[in-house]
Design a protein around this ligand. Structure first.
Ligand SMILES: Cc1cc2nc3c(=O)[nH]c(=O)nc-3n(C[C@H](O)[C@H](O)[C@H](O)COP(=O)(O)OP(=O)(O)OC[C@H]3O[C@@H](n4cnc5c(N)ncnc54)[C@H](O)[C@@H]3O)c2cc1C
Length: 448
């Protein structure tokens, strides 16, 4: 391999010194073990339910419908699994990470906040059960999560929040002071942290592939290169138009999250897509690797614009994620430079390790930072807006929205009666994302 075609090191990527021909693969590391495959299914003319979007939301909804005797067709604009569901970090929490307990209570009131928090715990339990009952081989591991405090006061605030979470939702956790944090992480830049032992990780590519297989086994269809272009009311429900033809159905579920477009304008106005990305290192020498992440957990920090990391299942690689600036597939080292810098800040020993993969995807943000499910005035069902933590939430919401389509009481959730605000001046909000993010970064750095 020539000098220019070797993978850049973490230090080279961090400095922005990457040869144009460097062998950095701009595609999810997960796709190596679970390559995306174009579907060969023809578009059926009729189905009970058409689902738009083939990520965890759409597939989970399809699986529930199929298991309960309905026919389900999933339409996907790209190859099946094109979106965030095969691009994410595979870190799974209880869906409670977005707000401190006290903040949520202040925003929603005591009773609603408690109900939302308890349901967040159920989301983590649900995905664990699904992987087990459907026998999906995807490295699901209850490895726990270490959340590192980037400032001393974050440690104290986290400790109080963990107590609230235990009292209200029964979530187990423990605090690790700075003096003992080397038992959790081979780094000294943090001020201790919290451990949530019940949190988990999985291999998103294999999880997605497993769901696809179960759907195929149950007689469902996931059709790629089939963007839903229009949804029109019809006598018996809806007609969905695609370039492959039309399909008639009783119900439609929108499961497009960060890739939501103008198909259903009232949903488009309620979602702002935000870019998020990861880099993967090559193999790390054993002597370095064993000291970095001794418990092999999911890891994150307490900043507003935070980074997170983990190992690749069964390999001495680290996957490191955070925000990336632009939308649409980034194929320039510049877009991932800050991730390498953050990695070096935490683990300077990784400077000469190669970076083999870098990729991004879109997360779907809502104005109130809460995911939403329900039905539009036209009668179209939807489950969207996971704000960057969607592995458990999308799986759970997919199941719930399928139950709602069926009119099953199991579909009831504490999220049902939340109003779904649109973004004021939506096109401006979309443009303003980098500005808001920069402001948060400044606040993180300036310790405001
Ligand atoms: C880089 C990255 C890292 C992340 N890390 C984590 C993590 O570690 N833990 C965590 O909990 N969450 C994480 N997330 C978030 C999580 O991946 C998402 O919340 C979740 O996968 C959303 O699933 P979904 O099925 O709703 O949407 P997606 O998986 O994004 O699927 C939506 C699909 O809809 C399709 N689509 C859109 N419009 C149409 C149309 N008109 N017709 C047909 N198809 C259409 C898109 O092509 C896309 O494939 C991360 C996200 C990203 C991008």
């Amino acid at each position: 391999m020539g000098e220019e075609s070797r993978a850049p090191t973490v230090a080279e990527l961090a400095r922005g010194r990457v040869a144009p021909a460097a062998s950095l693969i701009y595609q999810p590391y997960w796709w190596e073990a679970a390559p995306r495959r174009p579907s060969s299914d023809a578009l059926p003319k009729v189905a009970d339910v058409v689902i738009v979007g083939s990520g965890f939301t759409g597939l989970s909804a399809a699986l529930t419908l199929l298991r309960r005797g309905r026919s389900a067709v999933v339409l996907e604009r790209g190859v099946p699994g094109f979106g965030a569901s095969t691009r994410n970090g595979g870190q799974i929490g209880s869906g409670n990470q977005k707000f401190r307990v006290k903040t949520l209570i202040a925003l929603r009131g005591q009773r609603k906040a408690e109900a939302l928090l308890r349901e967040g715990v159920e989301m983590l339990a649900y995905i664990g059960r699904l992987v087990e009952t459907e026998k999906i081989d995807c490295h699901f591991s209850r490895c726990g999560r270490f959340r590192a405090a980037v400032r001393p006061e974050h440690y104290e605030a986290m400790a109080r929040d963990m107590e609230d979470l235990k009292r209200i939702a029964g979530v187990e956790s423990f605090m690790v002071p700075r003096s003992e944090q080397r038992t959790e992480i081979g780094a000294d830049v943090f001020f201790g942290g919290s451990v949530l032992p019940g949190d988990a990780t999985l291999h998103p590519g294999l999880y997605h592939a497993g769901l696809m297989q179960r759907i195929a086994d149950a007689g469902g269809h996931v059709i790629g290169n089939a963007p839903a272009e229009a949804i029109s009311p019809a006598d018996t429900g809806f007609t969905v138009r695609t370039p492959l033809g039309e399909i008639a159905c009783r119900n439609v579920v929108i499961a497009t999250n960060g890739y939501t477009d103008g198909l259903v304008p009232e949903l488009g106005r309620r979602i702002v897509p935000i870019g998020s990305g990861l880099i993967a290192t090559g193999e790390i020498p054993e002597t370095v690797f064993s000291a970095l992440l001794p418990k092999d957990r999911a890891y994150g920090n307490t900043n507003r614009v935070f980074y997170y990391f983990r190992t690749a299942p069964g390999e001495r690689r680290i996957l490191w994620g955070g925000r990336v600036g632009r939308l649409a597939a980034n194929t320039s080292p510049k877009a991932f430079r800050h991730l390498a810098r953050d990695m070096l800040h935490v683990f300077p020993a990784l400077s000469e390790v190669p970076v083999t993969h870098a990729w991004d995807g879109q997360i779907g943000y809502t104005y109130d930072e809460v995911p939403h499910l329900g039905r539009t005035a036209q009668g179209v069902h939807y489950a969207i807006g996971y704000c960057g933590t969607g592995v458990s939430r999308a799986t759970y919401f997919g199941h719930k929205i399928a139950c709602q389509v069926l009119g099953d009481a199991e579909g009831r959730t504490a999220f049902d009666d939340l109003s779904f605000p649109s973004f004021p001046a939506h096109p401006i909000a979309k443009q303003a994302v980098p500005v808001v993010e920069t402001w948060y970064r400044i606040r993180d750095a300036a310790k405001i």
